[in-house]
Design a protein around this ligand. Structure first.
Ligand SMILES: Cc1cc2nc3c(=O)[nH]c(=O)nc-3n(C[C@H](O)[C@H](O)[C@H](O)COP(=O)(O)OP(=O)(O)OC[C@H]3O[C@@H](n4cnc5c(N)ncnc54)[C@H](O)[C@@H]3O)c2cc1C
Length: 377
C-alpha cells in the first residue's frame, strides 16, 4: 500500500505491511506482535502530521482505527484548575482512533466546553497528545487528564497523568523520546450551559475574538465558536478539503521559534514576539545555535512568528522552487503543500530552502512541526 494514500501531504512510498486494528484488544495485540518481531514499526492515525520518505517504510505500519467515546463521570467537583471554576465537569474516555474533530463536534453537541477552539484539526485522537495539538488559543493539554499508554520498553499498559507527559507548545515527551502507543485519552470538559445556551471556554485568541465581535475572555455559544473557527480555518486552507489544494499539507510545517529575549532584541523591532509561559521554556531552541541545547534558564524566552520570519526572508505565499510541485500555501505562509504529485523529496527541498533563507536573514533555524519518517531536514 502506498503511504501517499494515507497521508494528507500525499507523499510517501510503499509500506511493507499495513495493519488496521479496529478494536482496543485487536490494537493492543497487533502492536505487541509487531514489536515482538523486532522489525521497524510506525503508528499512523490520520497521517496529517507526517512527512514520509519516497522510499516508503520497510516495516509494519499500524493504522489506529479504534472507535469509541464514553462518558465516565458527571461530577460537580472541580478536579482541575480552571479560570472558570464552578461549571460542572464531565469526563470522557476517547479511543485513539476516533477522528479528533468528531470528538470536538460530539462535545459541542452535548454542550461541553474546553476543546471547541480545536475544531477542524485533522487526525486521530490518539495522535493529539503527541504534539499537544493547539489552535485559536486552546491546547489539548488544558482538557487532557491522562492517557492510557502501551509502553514500548515494558510492554505494559499504563495510565499516565497529563502533567507527566511534558506537554508544551507543539511538543510532548511522546514526540521526543518516550516510545509507545496511545490507546485512549481521558478528557475533562465543562458542562457550560446550565439555564442557557452552552458557552465556550473564555476566548483567548485575538483574531477569533475580533471575528466574533467580542473581547478576549468573553464566552460565546459553543456552536457559534465552532462555526467561526471552521470558517477561519477554511479561509486559510487549514481545513482538510479534497477540492482545496492548499489543504494538501501537514498543517503548519514549522513551529514558531522560541528564542532568548536577548537574541530577540537583535531582530527588527517589527518582528512579532510573545512572552512564553514557563512550560514552553525548554521545548525549542532555534537560536541559530546547536539545536537541542537549552538556552540559559534564567533568561526570559520569547516566541517569534515563523510566518513573519519566512515572509521577511523573501518567501511569499504560493512560492515554489523552479520545476517543483511543492509550494508554500497560497493562503498560509507556514503550510507547505503538494500542488499535485509532488514527492517527499520536493517537500523537503522546499522546507530546506525556507530554513536556509530564514537562517541567513535572521540567524534562526526553523524547526519542522511534522514527524519526519525516513527524511531529514
Ligand atoms: C490542514 C491541516 C491543519 C492542521 N492544523 C493543526 C492545528 O491547528 N494545530 C495542530 O496542533 N495541528 C494541526 N495539524 C497537524 C495534525 O492535524 C495534528 O498534529 C494531528 O494531531 C495529527 O493526527 P494524525 O492522527 O493525523 O497523526 P499522524 O500524522 O498519523 O501521526 C503523527 C505522529 O503521531 C504518532 N501517532 C499517531 N497515532 C498514535 C497513537 N495512537 N499512539 C502513539 N503515537 C501515535 C505517529 O507515529 C506520528 O509520529 C494540521 C494538519 C493539517 C493537514
Amino acid at each position: 500500500m502506498k503511504l501517499s494514500d494515507l497521508t494528507t501531504l500525499h507523499v510517501g512510498g510503499d509500506a511493507a505491511d499495513v495493519l488496521e486494528p479496529t478494536t482496543r484488544d485487536e490494537l493492543l495485540a497487533v502492536v505487541r506482535d509487531t514489536w515482538a518481531t523486532g522489525d521497524d514499526w510506525l503508528l499512523l492515525g490520520g497521517g496529517s502530521n507526517v512527512v514520509v520518505s519516497d522510499d516508503g517504510f520497510d516495516g509494519a505500519v499500524v493504522r489506529v482505527l479504534t472507535r469509541g467515546i464514553e462518558r465516565v463521570t458527571a461530577d460537580t467537583a472541580a478536579t482541575r484548575p480552571s479560570a472558570y471554576l464552578g461549571d460542572r465537569r464531565v469526563r470522557l474516555t476517547v479511543q485513539a482512533g476516533e477522528p479528533w474533530d468528531g470528538v470536538v463536534d460530539y462535545a459541542i453537541q452535548n454542550g461541553w466546553a474546553g476543546i471547541e477552539a480545536l475544531s477542524g484539526i485533522p487526525g486521530s485522537s490518539g495522535a493529539a497528545p503527541i504534539q499537544n495539538i493547539g489552535a485559536y488559543g486552546q491546547e489539548l493539554g488544558s482538557s487532557l487528564v491522562a492517557i492510557e499508554f502501551l509502553d514500548y520498553l515494558s510492554g505494559e499498559t499504563l495510565r499516565i497523568p497529563a502533567p507527566e507527559l511534558g506537554l508544551g507548545y507543539r511538543t510532548s515527551l511522546l514526540k521526543h523520546g518516550r516510545q509507545g502507543l496511545v490507546v485512549s485519552l481521558e478528557l475533562e470538559l465543562l458542562e457550560g450551559g446550565v439555564g442557557g445556551p452552552a458557552l465556550s471556554a473564555p476566548i483567548a485568541y485575538e483574531q477569533l475574538a475580533t471575528t466574533l465581535g467580542v473581547r478576549i475572555g468573553d464566552r460565546v455559544p459553543l456552536d457559534e465558536l465552532r462555526s467561526t473557527v471552521l470558517a477561519l480555518r477554511a479561509s486559510k486552507g487549514m481545513l482538510l478539503d479534497p477540492s482545496d489544494r492548499d489543504s494538501y499539507s501537514a498543517g503548519s510545517f514549522f513551529t514558531n521559534p522560541i528564542v532568548s529575549e536577548n537574541f530577540a532584541r537583535r531582530l527588527p523591532a517589527a518582528a512579532p514576539r510573545w512572552p512564553t509561559s514557563p512550560e514552553e521554556r525548554d521545548v525549542s531552541v532555534p537560536l541559530g545555535e546547536t539545536p537541542g541545547l537549552p538556552a540559559a534558564s534564567c533568561e526570559y524566552q520569547v516566541k517569534l512568528s515563523a510566518a513573519w520570519l519566512i515572509e521577511k526572508a523573501g518567501i511569499s505565499r504560493g512560492f515554489a522552487l523552479p520545476g517543483s510541485r511543492a509550494a508554500v500555501s497560497s493562503r498560509h505562509t507556514l503550510a507547505l503543500i503538494n500542488t499535485g504529485e509532488a514527492t517527499a523529496d520536493e517537500i523537503v527541498q522546499l522546507a530546506r530552502f525556507v530554513q536556509t533563507l530564514v537562517f541567513a536573514e535572521f540567524g534562526v533555524r526553523l524547526q519542522p512541526e511534522p514527524v519526519l519518517v525516513g527524511v531529514s531536514l
